[in-house]
Design a protein around this ligand. Structure first.
Ligand SMILES: Nc1ncnc2c1ncn2[C@@H]1O[C@@H]2COP(=O)(O)O[C@H]2[C@H]1O
Length: 140
């Protein structure tokens, strides 16, 4: 199985409630290694650019406003099959549909305030990691 890297964001609803450590424990317990991490406050322009793929969706404005409302923790997770594994640990986008034990089932407040983001495929993982981290910040 391939060792992959994926981009994860702990969203404002979770940083606000001091859940960063509990969420990171879920990643580590699943065998994902946090190889880079920083806490930043996105501007609306930066959040809008990151979520550009959703710009025609009805929730885009709300999503951008939320992601720029308070600090987030952006991180790179590494491990075997990290992209799929992270998505498993996060649970379904809408917490109402998330399995027991997943981050979104335990912590998410709604489909919008759903505590975490994770890349959905190898190509997007590469782009999303490069959006937030320089090569110098990524320890091999
Ligand atoms: N119906 C919706 N209303 C508000 N936000 C949504 C809706 N559907 C998806 N989103 C958000 O859009 C985000 C896009 O990718 P994320 O994995 O970060 O998680 C998603 C949700 O937080």
């Amino acid at each position: 199985m391939a060792i992959e890297r994926t981009l994860s964001i702990i969203k404002p609803d979770a940083t606000r409630r001091n859940l960063t450590g509990k969420i990171n424990a879920k990643f580590e317990d699943a065998g994902l290694r946090i190889v880079a991490q920083k806490r930043i406050h996105l501007s609306p322009a930066q959040a809008g650019k990151f979520y550009e793929v959703h710009k025609d969706r009805p929730f885009y404005g709300e999503l951008v406003e939320f992601m720029a409302s308070e600090p987030v923790v952006v991180q790179v997770l590494e491990g075997e099959n990290a992209i799929a594994k992270n998505r498993e640990v996060m649970g379904a986008t809408n917490p109402a549909n998330a399995d027991a034990g997943t981050i979104r089932k335990e912590f998410a407040l709604s489909v919008g305030e759903n505590s975490v983001h994770g890349s959905d495929a190898p190509e997007t993982a590469k782009e999303e990691i490069a959006f937030f981290f320089s090569g110098l910040e990524l320890v091999g």
